[in-house]
Write a protein that binds this ligand. Sequence first.
Ligand SMILES: [Zn+2]
Length: 189
Amino acid sequence: MGGFEKSCPFFILFLDTVIYNVIYKVRYNILTFSGGIQPMAIRQIVQYEDSEGSKALAKASVKFDFNSDVYLDYILEDLWDSLDAHETGVGLAGVQIDIAYRIFVMKGEKRRREFINPVILKKSTTIVKDNEGCLSRPGVEKIRGRCDSVLLQWQNCKGKTCRKVFRGLEARIIQHEMDHLNGKDCLYG
Ligand SMILES: [Zn+2]
């Protein structure tokens, strides 16, 4: 009995990993850039300074298919949990937590927003310069020129197509995250 009690935590850990693999990766078939699995809601942010990370960040993300069996709620939950773990973060793209779909989340000025398959339909000609940072490059800030406003089309978590004009900081966050989805360096690209 004593021996069983000692080995029990390891068994539970093993079982946990098996359950995670079946539910999270296999059943919901989430496409990752690395093919790896991170069994946590708060996921490690992919870093530019890491050679594998910079390769993943240079890849364009693929369109999310609402008819697939991929469980979108899990992806969004991980994006929010991972973003909320960083006080300074205002936006996070799927690629930054190794998820290969065109999805990002944003802490907007009035509300939190989720964008699936976003496309910028129009940009203003007015360019505004401001400091920008990135959770994939902590401690680095760079002055970047961004369009003052964008007309964005996207799908919400139910798959409904939405359109809205975003201005100022929100427009800046959107352009930064779109760079990530297109595999472009958000600060130096
Ligand atoms: Zn970034």
